[in-house]
Design a protein around this ligand. Structure first.
Ligand code: NAD
Length: 260
């Protein structure tokens, strides 16, 4: 039985993870840690487990922690998990270079699954987009459009960035040199090989991503629509059950799904 600590249990994803874990026989939630002042502190989310704020206690009580929180909280958790050599499943997006450093230290001593998107469909789409970019080449203008609910804080979404990087990989280009995250004013003609990423925010949209390749006289669209957070939660639990006992290192969902 894999013991799981959930960080951010009162959040949209934290609640989805707890709901998806209900009834599973291969893992159990043994800790739930949120920030001071969060909704739901003290609530009993499963029998015998109440939401608390003691991160060290939560990490000591689990084999793996699942983290869908904020970049600052994810950094703090990775720093606390490193001396404990604790396995992790990290889904927080919008991570900065400093946050990446904290998780880079953790992956030296523990197995960690990091994914901007835990759905099977999106991970399939990542492979398809890369293949399309390789076949079509940079003469086909590539653009990614993402749409999310109005409470989402980071932009572009981590999944949109992963898709754009998959296109760059297919083109054999350096994403940092060809990316275009916003357009405004007199922008001139579109440079060959540029990869555009556009953000739309509104309502309660769980997550939509479309990669379009514009050719001369035709276009190819490859997209994904999430209609429920259950897909991300189920993927994160699958990753948690998979990652415990693996050698230290950084893994992604393609590793978990056996598609790497
Ligand atoms: P949310 O705002 O609903 O929830 C965030 C939770 O983190 C809250 O419970 C908050 O109190 C908690 N939190 C904040 N600081 C904390 C701390 N120091 N310690 C513990 N908990 C803390 O957000 P959400 O919609 O659930 O999304 C969370 C993150 O997951 C975002 O970065 C989002 O982009 C990402 N996300 C990833 C995937 C994926 O598949 N990888 C899918 C959906 C969302």
């Amino acid at each position: 039985m894999t013991r799981v600590a959930v960080l951010g249990p009162s959040g949209r994803m934290g609640r989805a993870v707890i709901a998806a874990a209900t009834g599973r026989v291969d893992l159990e939630i043994t800790a739930a840690i949120d920030r001071a002042g969060a909704d739901g502190l003290g609530a009993e989310i499963v029998p015998g487990v109440r939401v608390g704020t003691d991160l060290g206690h939560g990490l000591d009580a689990c084999d793996v922690y699942i983290d869908f929180t904020t970049p600052a909280a994810t950094r703090a958790a990775a720093i606390a998990a490193t001396p404990r050599m604790r396995a992790a499943v990290i889904g927080t997006t919008g991570l900065t270079a400093a946050d990446d450093e904290a998780s880079a230290a953790l992956v030296q001593v523990a197995p960690v699954v990091l994914a901007a998107n835990f759905s099977l469909g999106v991970n399939l789409v990542l492979g398809l987009v890369r293949q399309a970019a390789r076949v079509l080449g940079p003469d086909w203008d590539a653009e990614v459009v993402e749409t999310h609910h109005h409470a989402k804080r980071d932009a572009p979404s981590g999944t949109a960035l992963a898709l754009a990087r998959a296109i760059a990989a297919g083109h054999g280009s350096d994403y940092e040199r060809v990316k275009r995250h916003a357009r405004d004013g007199d922008i001139g003609p579109r440079p060959r090989g540029e990869i555009g990423v556009s953000t739309v925010r509104g309502g309660d949209v769980v997550g939509e991503h479309v990669a379009t390749f514009f050719g001369a006289g035709e276009r190819v669209e490859i997209g994904h629509r999430a209609t429920s957070r259950t897909i991300f939660a189920a993927g994160a639990l699958r990753a948690a059950a998979w990652v415990v006992g693996k050698p230290p290192g950084r893994y992604d969902m393609l590793d978990v799904l056996g598609l790497a």
